[in-house]
Design a protein around this ligand. Sequence first.
Ligand code: HEM
Length: 550
Amino acid sequence: IRGKGNLKNGLSHLLTEVSQGYFQPDVGGKNIPVAQGDLSDLAGDQPLFKALYQWFLDSGGVFKLVFGPKAFIVVSDPVVVRHILKENVFNYDKGVLAEILEPIMGKGLIPADLDTWRVRRRAVAPAFHRQYYEAMSAMFARCAGRSAEKLEAAVAAGGGSAVVDMEAEFLSLGLDIIGLGVFNYEFGSITSESPVIKAVYGVLKEAEHRSTFYLPYWNLPLADVLVPRQAKFKRDMRVINECLDGLIRLAQETRQEEDAEALQARDYSKLRDPSLLRFLVDMRGEQFSNVQLRDDLMTMLIAGHETTAAVLTWTLFCLAQNPQAEARVLAEVDGVVGDRMPTLDDIKSLPYLRCCLGESLRLYPQPPILIRRALGPDTLPAGLRGDPEGYPIGKGADIFISVWNLHRSPHLWKDPDTFRPERFFEPHHNPEFGDKWAGYRPDSLKGGSALYPNETAADFAFIPFGGGARKCLGDQFALFESTVALATLLRRFNFRLAGSAEEVGMATGATIHTANGLMMRVTRRTPPPSPAAAGAQQQQQGAGKVAAAV
Ligand code: HEM
């Protein structure tokens, strides 16, 4: 950023206070451009990833922030991202992030070192299969139905309309769904509050603080910030751990041969409890210690709750400001789902809604930054615009992959800041980059497993769930859940922003959420007759005509 002081001084002053220990010394990357800027770019209301966007426009797809003897490399180029996440994935672990999350998630899948991760991923991944999703989609619809009833009651109490914080509603919905889907636990947070729910929110808040240590609360004195929080955090962790330990014990004590057989045959119709925990205890029991099980459950609870709520929040926010897109989604939902509960099969016939979710994830990626540390030396490829030599880096180099920059890159997307779900139906390739970047290929969305816009279709310009070996395990779970929830709610209610879009604001933690809640005026919607009812009506009219003719 031109015309300002050197970033080095400002950041070194700021970062030495709290986060010095997290980063590795500046190792390698000697030819990587060093961003110039001023501390004021990071302070104030602006989240870090927004400051990184300015530097990206100025310094390019690979640049370095240097503070004192330490540094981190910021990557916003799809070719380099593909290299780190896919082509040389096993040269990287989660570095700083693992250190921050370890007290919460232990050696759960997200922070796990590669040796632990290999064993655990192989054991857990098979649990996410079609029959599981089918069992889950009925539960998604049931929970979304509960949210709809709650809105219905609020609207009735308000004499036909109510102002509701939809972000809070989506957080409750997300928590209930993840509880049932992962460990068959009924949080019941849509309708009530319990000590466990409070503890989950407490830990989420702490996870958020810990993973955003680079935001402006750095400069507060460490002890004042952490000591009282630390005590509360420990209390919350104890409540959740006791709850999870109890659920694991229960699953172990109620283990039955018939369940194991039904799971083996993937016959979920015979299962009393289709949760992931049942699968892990029945099918992988001997491979897991209880602590490992708990770490994975905790990881999925944290990974799958706020993220999904954020996607729903921002999709509704964007639709409320884009009447044409909203009308197109409503026509799709009315035509496909009608008054039934949405099913897994319906999702195939809701392409526009799927792309609205993709577009919301493009504009508001969760999390906006992925963190890596090099386990050995590597050479980052030149990227789309970079130095043809590439960038040699050393063991221990800290890397931030800016998903925000990738998703809003003016080099990769037309109108990058505009909500335009139809972009995913259009191919996009910037000829300036020749063959280095394949561009967006909508054809790859047509396959069964690629129903939603994804990193393969976008050649790593779009990585809402990461990519490569450490890609999100719950991506389909989250997208099916979000599609079913929106189809259920949009059919029954009109949602309008209660204030201005600016009032909604934006704040960041591990996810991007609103600053002031998503306050919406909710009214009942009178939907057109459902396709089945319309069909029956047409048949009746036809029969009437036949009768009249006779
Ligand atoms: C990993 C995003 C929902 C479980 C990830 C990663 C991203 C992500 C970007 C990769 C992190 C990295 O590379 O550093 C999201 C988003 C979600 C979502 C945007 C919702 C829209 C879920 C759900 C679950 C889940 C519902 C569980 C049911 C996981 C796990 C990993 C992960 C276990 C670690 C995978 C590994 O390292 O092997 N998620 N996630 N996520 N996510 Fe999700």
